[in-house]
Write a protein that binds this ligand. Sequence first.
Ligand code: GDP
Ligand code: CA
Length: 328
Amino acid sequence: MSVRRPLHRGRVVVLAGGVGAARLLRGLAPRMAPGRLTVIVNTADDDVFHGLNVSPDVDTILYTLSGLSDPLRGWGIDGDTFAALGALGRYGEDTWFQLGDRDLATHLFRTRHLREGRTLGEVTAMQARALGVRVRVLPMSDQPVRTVVETSGGRRSFQEYLVRDRAREAVRSISYAGIRAARPSAGVVAAIAEADAIVFAPSNPFVSIGPILAVPGIRQALRRAQAPVVAISPLIGGRPVKGPADRMMRAHGLPPSPLALAEIYADLLSGLVVDTSDRAFAARLEARGVAVAHLDILMRSPMRAAAVGDAALRLAASLQRRRGRLAG
Ligand code: GDP
Ligand code: CA
């Protein structure tokens, strides 16, 4: 039985990577008033496979919000098969990047429309509409940006590092190729300016949220925004729920903890949602000017994700009221 709780009526912008963000959105999206949620998605994971433009984080968000996603894996389409990939393998092609048969339709569609001159933002909107996604999903940029990981073994594209080499190599540094020429895609800056709350999903700060913040113009828009920025921690007890965020923090000289998030997001961050097991960090975070909310942030179910989203929006609302009192 589900209890109908009030919808959030304000305008909310979520900065998103893939799986961590999708888990949050699965709970948050149904609780938002229609037309009020905009998601700005990392595109620095994008790459070309078999001549096709693949945008893994955009796809994860679209598949999740349309109910198509594989709930266990977190990426790809539920029940998808991999016959085409197997056939490509017989031609001797690399098949370490998994692309399902139905998933391929998404990349065929995207590639064709990009080739015909549409922007990634336009193509993403067409796909969202076709899949019945009512949330506004905006790629961070229409220009190509690529995360490059320098590892102990050499220079890797992000997907080579994460998927092919399973994040086994030590990370030396991370950069975003193409970032200087990138611009925020249509609607991104306005959505940030008009938001009542801005939420950083519990996504990897270096390879999911980091590239979004590095697009020239986005950080400035966040600094100028009326709305407070609240982040949800991807770490629980110093460890990510999945992925290499903790190792990337160590590579940057930061012990993995909520304090590292405050360090990374620095001047942008007004609030942080942490796990109850991390509540001992609250005093030190608040001393740095970061308000803290804590609860169980492992999003095992849409209900848990809704609770995490609610906590982030409540924290943002309390920060807004505090600002209002200070201004008045
Ligand atoms: P990717 O692009 O698919 O790697 O996805 P993201 O960057 O959005 O997500 C990876 C991050 O999500 C990791 O750092 C995880 O710790 C975090 N994450 C995944 N599931 C959960 C969860 O249930 N709760 C929280 N708090 N973080 C999660
Ligand atoms: Ca990603």
